[in-house]
Design a protein around this ligand. Structure first.
Ligand SMILES: [Zn+2]
Length: 83
């Protein structure tokens, strides 16, 4: 499991957390879900996160900038459905 704390500007295009309204402070997680597949997902500062079937899947995983953007994109899609 790899994690990275990220902070976005308040005007970033991020759907606010439905539980606490946060849209600037997240932790990006990367972990293996299979031998040759990683899941990357965003976790709100309150602990809320997208369901596992709405996480970004990547062969190498990791929490570099591209995967941060991908994870937040998945967060946006998931939270837009919850709202
Ligand atoms: Zn939250």
């Amino acid at each position: 499991m790899t994690t990275r704390h990220v902070q976005f500007k308040s005007d970033a295009k991020i759907v606010p957390c439905p539980k606490c309204g946060n849209k600037t402070h997240f932790t990006i997680h990367s972990d293996y879900c299979a031998e040759d597949c990683c899941e990357v997902w965003a976790v709100c500062k309150c602990g809320h996160h997208a369901d596992s079937d709405e996480r970004f899947e990547d062969v190498m995983g990791g929490v570099h900038d591209d995967n941060v953007i991908a994870a937040i994109s998945c967060w946006n899609e998931s939270m837009a459905q919850e709202a």
